[in-house]
Design a protein around this ligand. Structure first.
Ligand SMILES: Cc1cc2nc3c(=O)[nH]c(=O)nc-3n(C[C@H](O)[C@H](O)[C@H](O)COP(=O)(O)OP(=O)(O)OC[C@H]3O[C@@H](n4cnc5c(N)ncnc54)[C@H](O)[C@@H]3O)c2cc1C
Length: 458
């Protein structure tokens, strides 16, 4: 059996941050990744990270703080998220942002996305970020990274501590001993028919996106050793994907956060478009048909952000995924909905916006941010939109030290978890960027806890 101080299971953002942190602390570490390539869902992601009070925000004159971020996260999460976990995110987020910058991650721009009362979606190039962290980890002599190495079970020694990791390499069974603990960073279960079937049958109609290896194996391994779960009732899809996103191109548009309206196939609105896209997903799944439409005008189109995964509307138009017409009647014909219904909906929406009395209570673009505009400037646009299951967010019960907890709130000795596998952070809603954010923050926290280091800001 190979002997290490720490074994990390899964090589996405959380696992790589953990590996770099552990390696730099001088620990002997093994990182095991099931797939041929590292990166998991992290590398596929929309690439927003939620940080507050950064030098980038200050340079752009944006006022934000950890406390505003924490308040937004709790409000968006319906205050059923774990306050202690959210507080720990708030306490450690700026330090982690600076740590990522110091480790070569390039932050490119800032946008307001779901749940942001201040623009705080710091964009990264996810490939660049993963490669930079991988480069740091691989350069450390005390860090071993093994791909094509699926972990299947964990074992406990005589002391009761989880310290054995069973995995395969090239089809051969292997085992490793982890003296100071095992850190689970194996992501969520968006690709597990079994777990989604058990816990979220209401999401059957969603399209499935996410890291191919994300089948919830780490969660099962932790259950075997007594772990409890958080946020299962709030499992939800994400609104905003084109039906073709099930394929290799994850085409997504969040025009509703720039002022588009959302309609069902009867041509009627059914939701306040400024809500978290998780809540929009829940609302869309209550509609009869699988597809709904985002409708907008040239005023919104002018806010297309070149190269952005959520807001590059011009690119989606060029690909033929957005329909365009000179008037609403033609647009309705292109997408097969009643022209009269579309015209009526837009007229009523425009009147509501003018009077500040929207029928669904919309008075911002996204969470407390931005002013909606009327839909009246030709040409007009439509984007067929579905709900996708791309990240599960419900997961293992953990405390702010990233220790995995049993149903009585007691740590399972030797077992730590970080990233999407951990529950409790998001509650009933979701703030964009907080999943990559928590992966980076708590990947490092898990290592520090296992090694007995201080968790506060450095
Ligand atoms: C299309 C898309 C867009 C997204 N956009 C955003 C965004 O803009 N902002 C945001 O914050 N979040 C976003 N998310 C969610 C976010 O990307 C994930 O929640 C986050 O990357 C999870 O990081 P992680 O390190 O925990 O897991 P992952 O990055 O998924 O890594 C887990 C790794 O563990 C490996 N693994 C699994 N099981 C085993 C096993 N048994 N043995 C060994 N290895 C195993 C997997 O193969 C994988 O490589 C998005 C997700 C998707 C799919």
């Amino acid at each position: 059996m190979g002997e290490f101080e720490l074994v990390i299971v899964g090589g996405g953002l959380a696992g790589l941050c953990a590996a770099v942190e552990a390696g730099e602390q001088g620990a002997d570490v093994l990182l095991l990744e099931k797939e041929e390539d590292i990166g998991g869902s992290s590398v596929l992601s929309g690439r927003y990270m939620a940080f507050a009070g950064t030098n980038m925000q200050q340079d752009q004159g944006m006022e934000d703080s950890s406390s505003t971020l924490v308040e937004d996260m709790l409000e968006v999460g319906g205050r059923v998220n774990d306050e202690k976990l959210v507080a720990a995110y708030g306490e450690l987020q700026l330090d982690t942002y600076n740590w990522l910058v110091d480790h070569g991650i390039h932050f490119l721009s800032i946008q307001a996305v779901s749940g942001h009362s201040v623009p705080r979606g710091h964009t990264i190039d996810s490939h660049q970020a993963i490669q930079a962290l991988y480069g740091h980890a691989a350069a450390l002599p005390n860090v071993t990274i093994a791909v094509n190495s699926p972990v299947s079970r964990l074992g406990r020694g005589e002391t009761g501590q989880v310290d054995q990791v069973y995995y395969e390499q090239v089809g051969k069974p292997q085992a490793a001993y982890a003296d100071k603990g095992v850190v689970l960073t194996s992501g969520g279960f968006s690709h597990s028919k079994e777990l989604l079937g058990h816990f979220a049958p209401h999401l059957k109609r969603t399209i499935r996106i996410g890291g191919p290896g994300n089948k919830g194996e780490g969660i099962k391994m932790a259950w075997e050793h007594g772990a409890w779960m958080r946020d299962i009732p709030y499992l939800s899809g994400t609104y905003g994907f084109h039906p073709t996103a099930e394929g290799p191109e994850k085409s997504q548009a969040l025009a509703f956060y720039k002022g588009a309206i959302i309609l069902n196939q009867k041509g009627k609105r059914f939701v306040n478009e400024s809500l978290s896209y998780k809540l929009l997903g829940n609302a869309a799944l209550r509609e009869e048909e699988d597809s709904t439409y985002q409708i907008w005008d040239q005023t919104v189109m002018d806010q297309s952000v070149p190269g952005d995964k959520l807001y590059d509307f011009d690119k989606l138009l060029k690909k033929g995924l957005i329909k365009k017409a000179d008037n609403l009647q033609e647009l309705a014909a292109l997408i097969g909905i009643s022209p009269e219904a579309l015209q009526l909906t837009v007229t009523e929406y425009n009147e509501g916006i003018e009077k500040g009395e929207d029928a669904f209570g919309r008075n911002t673009l996204t969470h407390h941010f931005g002013e909606p505009t009327q839909i009246r400037t030709a040409p007009f646009y439509a984007f067929e939109t579905k709900v996708a299951m791309l990240a599960t967010y419900a997961g293992l019960s953990v405390n702010p030290r990233a220790e995995v907890l049993n149903p009585y709130g007691e740590p399972v000795p030797g077992l730590f978890a970080a990233g999407e596998i951990a529950g409790g952070f998001h509650g009933a809603g979701y703030m964009t960027g907080s999943s990559l954010g928590k992966a980076a923050i708590f990947g490092r926290v898990a290592v520090k806890s296992a090694l007995g280091k201080t968790l506060t800001k450095q």
